[in-house]
Design a protein around this ligand. Structure first.
Ligand SMILES: Nc1ncnc2c1ncn2[C@@H]1O[C@H](COP(=O)(O)OP(=O)(O)O)[C@@H](O)[C@H]1O
Ligand SMILES: [Mg+2]
Length: 206
């Protein structure tokens, strides 16, 4: 029998899983997290599709998230165009990607996350993004993703799932402790085709 998504049961279960996974991530030492970020940077940059200049949407890691500092720095060193998200100034709960450079000004958004100063000239539409690095709290063996609960990346990727940006390749980044066997999912959750952890590249395509 097909299991129906039940909003209440499932959202409680998701909330509990989020708590557990965030606690597990918190237990990982700063050194291990840093090494994890470096191991992911190596695997990402070695991908065949990264062997020519790309536009890469990334994010600025905070708290116990997998540190993206090394990843972002290496992407720029290798000549890729880096774009980072800002909270959309008009459309609530949506993200905009902004191209960054050495001249970029920074400020902290409402969540305390550093973001580039909003400048319309630097907006990178998803149609121009080759790789989108996606933060996550948990992922499962078929690529389902659990985020922080804001639904930002589900909204960002809704158009991609509908086939609008065929060039775009989302890649989740995570520590190995963020993997679970199966996540309870909701209809709006967009599963990821790939996730990179410090130990391997998880490919859920095919
Ligand atoms: N494409 C979308 N359009 C409208 N609302 C969405 C969309 N994706 C997610 N949401 C809303 O965002 C909220 C959080 O989504 P959820 O999947 O629980 O968070 P996360 O993916 O961050 O773990 C949900 O209540 C959902 O209604
Ligand atoms: Mg979701």
């Amino acid at each position: 029998m097909k299991r129906q998504f039940s909003q209440n049961n499932s959202s409680t279960e998701r909330q509990q899983l989020r708590k557990q996974l965030l606690a597990a991530r918190q237990q990982v030492s700063v050194a291990e997290r840093q090494q994890g970020g470096q191991a992911i940077a190596r695997q990402l940059l070695a991908l065949p599709e990264m062997q020519r200049t790309r536009t890469v949407g990334s994010y600025y890691s905070v708290r116990a998230e997998l540190p993206t500092g090394d990843i972002n720095e290496k992407l720029q060193q290798q000549g890729h165009q880096l774009a980072l998200p800002v909270l959309h100034p008009v459309v609530k709960n949506h993200l905009l990607l902004l191209a960054i450079s050495d001249a970029t000004g920074w400020h902290s958004n409402a969540y305390g996350i550093p973001e580039p100063q909003l400048d319309c000239r630097h907006i990178v539409p998803l149609a121009h993004v080759d790789i989108l690095l996606v933060p996550l709290v948990g992922f499962d063996l078929i690529g389902n993703r659990l985020g922080m609960g804001g639904g930002f990346y589900d909204r960002t990727l809704a158009g991609w799932r509908a086939g609008h940006f065929p060039q775009l390749q989302p890649i989740g980044l995570a520590l190995d402790c963020q993997r679970v066997e199966r996540l309870p999912i909701a209809p709006w959750d967009v599963p990821l085709p790939r996730v990179i952890t410090p130990t391997k590249i998880w490919d859920f395509r095919s």
